[in-house]
Design a protein around this ligand. Structure first.
Ligand code: HEC
Ligand code: HEC
Length: 324
């Protein structure tokens, strides 16, 4: 009997040791993937002519979007939609302005790399070229080997997009003036911002859709009339283009308002150039009846959602030339 107990205990400790080792290994692998994904995010060789990286459109200093209405692709094709910010992107179930069944960040990243509506990085049909370019690079050989030991460091769209996903999940913005005040149970610094906060969560009902703490409910809404415009020859019917359901025409996903003061212009088509325009453009009674003073106060509140530590964090910035 004693022997049996001993054996069981021994087995138990062995299993636990093994379990701890597995966790440690998967932590190390995840860290290696983040490091690789970080470098890939800034890699212009992911585009057909070596001119465009993810970071070309998703700029850190603007909360990971850009200042254009829409951004042309590597071959100068017109862009279709305004570049969204990537703050806290790992916490959303739905991705892009109007897609409801992308499986996650890895799948999403295939859209810029090889998408054709519109062409962004232009790699459709040239996927092998990416493996060839990166596979010849000593730094990438090292980084892929550390990030994908089970896959023997293979460079392909599968491993590459997984690494991009790991990096994107680290893009967390939760240290704005608003967050700092909440953490310390303090009030916002100015009276305008405090009044704006009250309106945002109260009478103006912004929080119904731009729900804290992500400042988006990750859901789809139709907040503009259905008369569709054509931009650069491209029609954008929102969620309808994915589902084909009439009720989804001009339905878009609520964008997060974190770092919104840095991310102009606004709306899925970049058609609102100021925060004021962006708010007034909602065809909602609550938005339309806001007075100029109320609008100013809400904007003062939105300004407290900018996160300086997020836009200056070197872990998200351009990686050093040195391979480390
Ligand atoms: C030419 C500009 C451009 C480039 C390059 C680009 N993106 Fe984007 N990105 C966009 C636009 C525009 C959207 C919105 C697309 C839509 O709604 O259909 C977007 C959306 C996204 C989203 C969804 C964000 C959200 O909140 O829903 C993620 C994630 C993303 N891009 C990551 C990447 C990654 C990773 C790369 C590099 C492989 C990349 N992007 C390259 C313009 C770009
Ligand atoms: C019924 C849901 C809903 C309510 C309520 C709402 N919004 Fe929006 N908001 C949206 C959607 C959806 C968009 C994207 C519209 C588009 O691009 O087609 C948006 C876009 C925005 C944008 C532009 C963001 C960007 O990055 O382009 C701002 C700013 C904004 N809303 C602020 C507010 C404020 C402030 C309030 C309250 C006064 C408010 N919204 C109320 C759903 C809502």
């Amino acid at each position: 009997m004693k022997q049996l107990i001993k054996t069981v205990l021994l087995l138990f400790f062995l299993m636990e040791g093994l379990y701890a080792e597995t966790i440690k290994n998967s932590d190390t692998i995840e860290k290696a993937r983040v490091k690789l994904g970080h470098r890939l995010f800034y890699e212009a060789d992911l585009s057909i002519n070596g001119t465009m990286a993810c970071a070309t459109c998703h700029e850190q200093r603007r909360g990971f979007c850009d200042g254009n209405r829409v951004h042309p692709g590597a071959l100068d094709d017109n862009g279709k939609r305004n570049v969204p910010t990537l703050a806290n992107v790992g916490k959303f179930k739905n991705l892009t302005w109007s897609h409801d069944h992308l499986s996650g960040l890895a799948e999403q990243s295939l859209a810029p790399i090889k998408g054709t509506d519109p062409v962004e990085m232009g790699m459709n049909g040239h996927e092998d070229e990416i493996a060839k370019r990166l596979g010849q690079n000593e730094c990438y050989q090292k980084l892929f080997a550390a990030a994908f030991p089970q896959e023997k460091g293979v460079v392909n769209l599968g491993t590459l997009t997984q690494a991009l996903e790991s990096f994107e999940k680290t893009l967390i913005s939760e240290n704005s003036i608003y967050d700092q005040a909440k953490k310390k149970h303090k009030k916002l610094p100015t009276k305008d911002a405090r009044d704006g906060e009250k309106l945002f969560f109260g009478a103006a009902k912004c929080n119904n859709c731009h729900t804290a703490p992500l400042f988006s409910d990750d859901a789809f809404h139709q907040i503009q009339p259905k008369n569709l415009k054509v931009y650069n020859g491209m029609r954008d019917n929102g969620l309808f283009d994915v589902t084909g359901n009439e009720k989804d025409k001009n339905v878009f996903r609520t964008p997060s308002l974190r770092n919104v003061a840095l991310s102009l212009p606004y709306w899925h088509d970049g058609s609102a150039t100021t925060l004021q325009d962006a708010i007034k453009k909602h065809k909602l009674k609550t938005n339309n009846k806001l007075s100029a003073v109320e609008l100013r106060k809400i904007i003062a509140f939105l300004n407290t959602l900018s996160d300086e530590s997020f836009i200056n964090n070197p872990q998200f910035g351009k990686p050093s030339l040195e391979c480390k």
